[in-house]
Write a protein that binds this ligand. Structure first.
Ligand code: HEC
Length: 209
């Protein structure tokens, strides 16, 4: 797998990463981690998101109809700004100005002393953000980033919005897969009606087996 990135490709990637890092330095970032938009309404890349709160890692989760991974494996890592994480612990839901970042990385099996299992590659396959912002239509919006540049908002007609609205456990976010948060949502009764209905249908089916 890693051989695919060897030699020239690796050098090209390193140069791209350097360029990306220097570009990212230029975009202003507010001290509070709240979303910052450009004049055109694009979301500035939250370049310190790796210092935020780690929420989860999914491995080869299969839910995105647009993602054609072939026989490659991928990890996806979710991070959230610390202020919003603290607020979730207290309330079971997200405050306004929450930013969640999803980062995709290829799974690598060959490297160093590894004999079995997979670890995450240094190259990022994609990064997107899910932002709660009462000033935007719908109250939540998805953005996708290209190499640390400000991210364009994904149009509201995209499948991202419908899947998250119909199936996510809390406030259009997939808290059912976030191990430190799902119990809090249950205790605080913040689960979405759609999710509760889906879960009871699953439970009824299991009971009928
Ligand atoms: C068929 C359902 C589905 C579709 C379509 C979908 N997602 Fe998700 N999304 C998920 C699931 C499931 C997770 C949880 C991932 C995990 O646990 O690692 C998730 C998590 C996320 C997160 C982390 C924060 C959160 O909201 O929970 C972001 C950001 C995200 N998706 C962006 C997108 C974007 C952008 C698109 C459209 C290009 C999209 N998603 C399309 C199911 C979907």
């Amino acid at each position: 797998m890693i051989r695919r990135f060897a030699g020239g490709a690796l050098l090209a990637f390193s140069l791209a990463a350097l360029f990306m890092a220097s570009r990212a330095e230029e975009s202003p970032q507010s001290a509070s981690n709240a979303p910052v938009y450009t004049a055109e309404g694009q979301l500035n890349f939250p370049r310190n998101y790796r210092e935020w709160i780690y929420v989860t890692t999914g491995f080869d989760m299969d839910y995105n109809p647009d993602l054609n991974m072939g026989d490659h494996s991928m990890f996806d890592n979710v991070f959230v700004n610390p202020e919003s994480y603290k607020s979730f612990l207290a309330t079971g839901t997200w405050p306004d100005k929450t930013v969640l970042v999803l980062e995709g990385r290829m799974a690598v099996t060959k490297g160093s002393i590894n004999k079995k299992g997979s670890f995450q590659s240094t190259d990022v396959m994609f990064r997107s953000a899910h932002v709660k912002d009462a000033s935007l239509p719908g109250g939540w919006a998805f953005f996708t980033f290209d190499e640390g540049k400000p991210g364009k908002q994904i149009p509201r007609t995209a499948v991202c919005y419908s899947c998250h609205e119909e199936h996510a456990a809390v406030d259009t976010t997939f808290v059912q897969f976030y191990p430190t948060l799902i119990e809090i949502a249950k205790q605080k009764h913040t689960l979405s009606p759609n999710y509760v209905k889906e879960e009871s249908a699953v439970a009824a089916k299991e009971a009928g087996k």
